[in-house]
Design a binder for this molecule. Structure first.
Ligand code: HAM
Length: 422
């Protein structure tokens, strides 16, 4: 029979403890490190469903965006309702805040989970990928901007990201953004017939999207286009400079007036962190302020700012050591004394949080079980056979220090032997 394969652009993550370079292992470690940072900054977790009403993303991310135009996983459910697998989480978080009527308060949320975009898969670009993110809700422009950039610097430092550049820009308020869009439209109109079909559509729906065009001819045309800097207030430009100055000792920050981001809901500060070590898909994080989204989705006026991190991309850059734990492989050589062995394993895990006790469940010879223990980088094997049970003892075999001898130990002494092992 034919084997069933995973869908294109969707990967299985299977950790392999014995390989520190393992991609899945590195993803899981990166996720744990990010969770710790979010918690240390005082954020609370939010989990929203993977499936949402398809209209949610049209009304937030915007139907001029590539995400909504080309990349949504949308389908009709059994009730003929159009639903979408979330391509990002900001819209869902705000939908939830409005629905639960908690939009009168301030919140600092973090989340982590899979997102779906029907993109052409390549290195760093998947159809199912994982994002960790934060949304700071109910805080107008000001300290929240500083907090979010400070968190990006903390992430870079904690995960040892070396070649990172944080690009920042300001899209102004609703009025500035509209004025700039207008100016861009006026400039681009005479070139309309020279644009490709996609850019013509972008021009029609939202001229800002033309700035993201990959078409070289469009980029040439854009060389003399108006830039947002000329439309921004002094305060917005001052804010960009202040952010750059505040964190420049810690992180490399560049003001980039051409950065507009591919989602429609942004107003105010926008940013992306990139690394040239990632190749073509070089942004490992992006975000910005979105003060109008709540009202666009039927909620109250709610100023917000947030960001999302692409876990797969960040984990290619991050250098987080595995948590320093000692692995012990527990080898039981008969099913008669599993109960006793499990009690010992349970006690060991309780007395020392620095040790991992892996009870080998499979049948097999002592030799093959020892080989498996060594392969998984266990520091010790605990062996329990018929003879040990008769004498109320166990064997402890060091596996890493090659010349160390194995010892036979009374069962009552095991706890004190492993209590302080690290
Ligand atoms: P975004 O820039 O669309 O922003 O995505 C954030 C990050 O997710 C990207 O920088 C990238 O690292 C990762 N990413 C996006 N698409 C893929 C893909 N196909 N494969 C792998 N990684 C990918 C947002 O999603 C906004 N919701 C961010 C935000 C939060 N803005 C305000 N709050």
């Amino acid at each position: 029979m034919d084997k069933i394969q995973s869908l294109k652009g969707m990967i299985d993550l299977i950790a392999n403890r014995s390989d520190p370079e393992d991609f899945a292992e590195s993803i899981f470690r990166t996720e744990d490190a990010l969770k710790n940072i979010f918690i240390n900054f005082g954020y609370s977790e939010i989990r929203t469903p993977a499936l949402e009403d398809a209209d949610l993303f049209k009304r937030s991310v915007g139907d001029s965006s590539d995400i909504v135009n080309k990349e949504l996983y949308s389908f009709l459910d059994k009730n003929e309702k159009k639903i979408t697998l979330r391509p990002e989480n900001t819209a869902s978080v705000i939908r939830s805040v409005i629905e639960k009527k908690i939009d009168g308060n301030t919140h600092k949320f973090w989340y982590l989970g899979p997102m779906w975009r029907y993109e052409r898969p390549q290195k760093g670009r998947y159809r199912q990928f994982n994002q960790a993110g934060i949304e700071i809700i109910g805080y107008p422009e000001g300290v929240a901007e500083l907090e979010i950039i400070s968190m990006i610097c903390s992430i870079n430092n904690a995960l040892n990201i070396k070649k990172s550049v944080i690009k920042i820009n300001h899209l102004g308020n609703k009025i500035t953004k509209a004025k700039y869009c207008n100016a861009l439209l006026e400039y681009l109109k005479p070139f309309s017939s020279q644009l490709d079909e996609l850019d013509q559509k972008r021009l029609e729906k939202n001229p800002l999207r033309v700035l993201e065009s990959q078409n070289q001819n469009t980029q040439k045309i854009l060389k003399d286009a108006p830039i947002i800097k000329d439309f921004l207030s002094d305060e917005s430009i001052k804010m960009l400079k202040m952010i750059k100055n505040t964190f420049s000792k810690d992180c490399k920050i560049e003001i980039d007036y051409s950065l507009v981001r591919g989602l429609d809901y942004y107003t105010g500060l926008v940013f992306e962190a990139i690394s040239d070590e990632l190749g073509a898909q070089d942004a490992y994080l992006g975000g910005g302020r979105y003060d109008n989204l709540s009202e666009q989705l039927g909620g109250k006026n709610l100023p917000c700012i947030g960001m999302a991190i692409g876990i797969e991309r960040l984990s290619l850059l991050s250098n987080v050591d595995a948590e320093d734990k000692t692995l012990i492989s527990f080898i039981i050589l008969s099913s008669n004394f599993e109960e006793k062995a499990y009690k010992i394993a349970h006690d060991l895990r309780t007395i020392n949080s620095k040790i991992v006790v892996d009870v080998q469940l499979s049948e097999g010879s002592l030799k093959s079980k020892l080989r498996k223990a060594s392969k998984s980088n266990a520091k010790f094997a605990i062996i329990m056979g018929e003879e040990e049970i008769q004498t109320n003892s166990i064997i402890i075999k060091p596996l890493i220090e090659k010349n160390s001898e194995q010892t036979v130990m009374d069962i009552n002494e095991i706890s004190s032997f492993f209590k302080d092992i690290t």
